[in-house]
Design a protein. Sequence first.
Length: 256
Amino acid sequence: MTGFKPVYRKELYSFFASPTFYVVALIFLVIAGYFYFSAVSYYSILSFQGMQNPMWARQLNPTEMVLRPFFMDISVIMLLICPLLTMRVLAEEKKNNTSELLFTYPLTDSGVLLGKFFATLSVLFIIILGTLPSLVYFGTLTTIHWPIVAAGYLGLFLLGAAFVSLGILASSLTENQIIAAVLAFGALLLFWVIGWSKAFAGPQLAGFVSYISIINHFENFAKGVIDIRDVVYYVVFATFFLFLTLRFLESQRWRG
């Protein structure tokens, strides 16, 4: 994979030098902070009520009442911001007529693509880790199980990898960044909501529809459960769409 490191460093610099990163990070953290504040406030109210009712206090569960909703809320925000991060990855190269120059350097196509993929994924996860201090603070107020938190962030990383891989494919299809963002959001939304149709599908198709739903595999991570089948799903999902992107880029070179 010749070219991975220089492309990775270049993409990181491009992200941090662009105002898009800071705007997206601000929007993400503000919305995530609102959801976090709402969940913790509700938990605090119930905790005060539990002080007067010991039976009710035993039913308070910070994992189910704060952590799981928090991670699920973050996954929804990622659905909105990932297309904004990936829209420029390849579309900008096309618009500036630098894509052909980039792929004629002594770099492998896979090295270039993986450099862009992991740089975008790194930036996304840096933004997500901005929510960690809030959970650390919550841990000072009550007892939380940190392995559950670790499982939640692992799930967010894998979910982000799936989102980014599909977003990069959308970015490779057009030189217009807005169109790339819309294509990515539409495709991700389809994989998000397709699981809802299992109630209308037949018994054989329902299992397949439920399996390919991108959010169904995240629910276990949000609960603190790491299932190897969910890990495999996200790895295969990301690999498949990166493979499609690579094939599309190669076909463009063949067409001249």
